[in-house]
Design a protein around this ligand. Sequence first.
Ligand code: GLN
Ligand code: ZN
Length: 762
Amino acid sequence: MTSSTPTSRATVYGYPRQGPDRELKKAVEAYWKGRIDAGTLLGTARELRLRNLAELRDAGVDEIPSNHFSFYDHVLDTSVLLGAIPERHRGAASELDRYFAMARGTADAPPLEMTKWFDTNYHYLVPELGPDTRFTLDASKPLAEFAEALEQGVTTRPVLVGPITYLLLAKDPAGTAGFRPLDLLDRIVPLYVDLLRQLREAGAEWVQLDEPALVTDQPADVLAAVADTYATLAAATTRPKILLASYFDRLGDALPVLASSPVEGLALDFTNDAAANLDGLASVGGILDKRLVAGVVNGRNIWAADLTAALSTLGTLLGLAGSVDVAASCSLLHVPYDVTLETGLDPEIAGWLSFARQKLGEIVTLRRGLTEDRSAIEDFLRTNAERLASRAASPIVRVPAVRERVAAVTDADLHRASPYGKRRLAQQDRLHLPELPTTTIGSFPQTGELRKARAALRAGRLDQTAYTEAMRAEVRAVIAEQERIGLDVLVHGEPERNDMVQYFGEQLTGILATQHGWVQSYGTRYVRPPLIVGDVARPEPMTVEWAAYAQSLTEKPVKGMLTGPVTMLAWSFVRDDQPEGDTARQVALALRDEVADLEAAGIPVIQVDEPALRETLPLRTAGRAAYLDWAVASFRLSTAGVRDDTQIHTHMCYAEFGDVLQAIVDMDADVISLESARSNMAVVADLARAGYPNEAGPGVWDIHSPRVPSIEEITGHLRTAVAAFPAERLWVNPDCGLKTRGYPEVRASLTNLVEATRRARA
Ligand code: GLN
Ligand code: ZN
C-alpha cells in the first residue's frame, strides 16, 4: 500500500439515486407493471449512475464513491451481498425479481419488514437473521459498479454497510431466546475479508464501511466486538485502505475504540450535536496516524453552509489528524437534488438554500480553502456571507409579532382549566357517548377520483369552486357511510388533504413547498418535505370550514383533525438558526388558534395527531429528556386552551411506545388512539403499567394490509384490552387512518368493528 498524500480531498458518501426527474422511480415502477423489461431497467440505472459520476467529477469532487446506487435500499443490497435471503423469497424467477420480492413481497411471500434508518425519514428493509442463517458472498454489485466507474477513468471508493451496523439492524423473526443477530459476526466477517480482497484486486484503493450504529449508545460488549472486527479486517493481507464512516451523531464511547483501531481512516460528523466529535477527537489526542474525513456540510438539511465557520472547524481539525478531507456529514441521499429547479421560489430565499448539487459546490470550495490560497475562494466566501446575512435579516425569518407571542407563553397556557376527572364529566354531559365508543383516526380512502380532482385543480382544469364542491360531496358520502355503519364519533374523512403535513405547511406562513424537492422515503416512494424557513403563523383558519360542514350534516359528534407540532417538524426540513423547541412552539400557537376556532364553530372533539413523536426521539439517550420536554409542551400548548367539555384526542402509530409512555401521560389528551393490533394489544398493558389516567383507543384493526378483520378477531382484541385496562376508559378504533385502503375493505372492517363492540357492550 502507498502512503496517503498530505493534501485534502473533497468527497461525499452518496448522492440522490433517483435522477433529476425521478427517472429511477419511473423505470422501476414500469418494470413492476411489465411495461419495460429487465434489460431496459438495468440500462436506465446505468445511465443514472454514469450521470451521477460525471456530475460529481465535473463538480470537482476528488474522491468519488461507488455502490451507493440502489434499486430499492442499501440495507437490502447488503442482505443480497451476504446471501441473507429468506427461504420464502428464494423461488423468484430471476435475481432481480427475488430482490423486489424481498422488498415488496409477492402473493404468497410477505416482504421484509421496513423501518426507519436511524432518525431520518428514509426507511430500510430489516434483515431477517436467525441462529441458523448461513451466509454466502455475492460481490457482483459492488464489483460491477466499481468496474463501471473505472471504465470511465475514475477509481472510486466503494461504500458498504459495515458488519456491526448490518447485524445491529437485523431481527430474528422467530425471536429465538438468547439469540441476537450480532452473534453471527464470526460468520460474516470472513465474507467481508473476501469482499475487501476482491475489491482490492479490482483496483480499489479505499473502501468505505458505514457504521452509523456506533453513534447510538452501545454497551461495552458491542464496542469490544467493534475492536475485534476491525482488527480482523485490517489484518487481511490484500485489501483497500479502510475508511470507517459514522454519521448522524457523535461517536462518544466508540471514538476511542476506533481511534486506536488499525483502520486507515475515520469519517466523522461535525454538524449539530455531532460537533461534540471535535472535543472527542481532542480528548483521544487526535488520530494523527489516520485520514479524517470531516463531515462539516450538513448532509440532511437544506440550508446553505456557513463556509467561514466550516473552514475554521477544518482548521482546528488539521491539528488533530494525519490528513483532513472535506465531506457532507452523511450521504446526500437525504436532501433534494437541485435548488435551481425551484423556479417558483423567491430568488433571495433560494440563495439561502443548498440541495445536493449545491452541497457539492460547498464541499469543493471548502477543500480549495484548505489546500489553496484562501484568496482563491474569497468570492465564494463573500457571496456566502451575504446570503447568510440576508437570511438573518429577512422579515420572513423573524416576525416580531410571532416572537412576542411565544415569549408571552406562560405555564398556565400549557394546562387545561380543569383536571381530567372534571373534564370527563363535562364531556359526558355534552357527548352522551355509549360505553366503548367507536371512532376512526381521520382519513377515509383517498380514491382515484379525489386525486384526479386535485391534479385537475393544479393543472387549472378545475376551478376552486368545483374542486371544493367535489370535496364536499366526498364529505357527505363519508358522513353518510359512518352513520350507516353506526360509528359514534365521526370524521370528515380528510379528502382535501394531499398529505397531513404538506396540507398545513401550505397554509402557514414561514413554511414553503417545493416543486421538485423529492427525497427518497422508501423504495420508489419519494416525498417533498415542506421547508420551515421562518417564523410560523396562521393567517387564516385552515380546517374549520370542512369540520363545520361535516358537523352540519349529522347529529353525531364530529371530530376535527389537525397535525401536531412535533410531526409538522419531523416531516419537514427545519430551520437551523434556533432550537427545534422554539419552532415547535410557534407551530403550537398557530394550532392553538385553529383549535379555538374549531371549538367556537361547535366542534366538540378535536384530534391533534402526533404519529412522529416516538420516531423523533434523539439517537442518544442523553438528549431524550430535553426533547420530550419540548415535544410534550408544544402539544399541550396547542391543545390546552379549550373548555372542559371539548374533548382533545391525539393519535400515534408505528408501535413500540415503551420510551414515550410517560410523555403520553404528560400530554394529558383526554383520549389517545394508538397502533396496537399487530402487537396483540401489548400497548394496553403498557399504558396500565404507566398509570395512564385518561382514555385510550388501542387499534383493533391493522390497516396496513387489505385483510378484513373478522368480528371474532376484533372481539379477541377487545377482550385482551378490557382485561388489562378499565373498560370505562377504553375506545374502539382502527390502528391508523384509512387513506391507503379501499372502500370495500373499509366498509366491511368498520361494520365488523361496530358489531364486535356491540357484542362487547352486551
Ligand atoms: N389523521 C391522520 C389520518 O387518519 C393520521 C395519520 C397518521 O397517523 N399517520 O390519516
Ligand atoms: Zn397513525
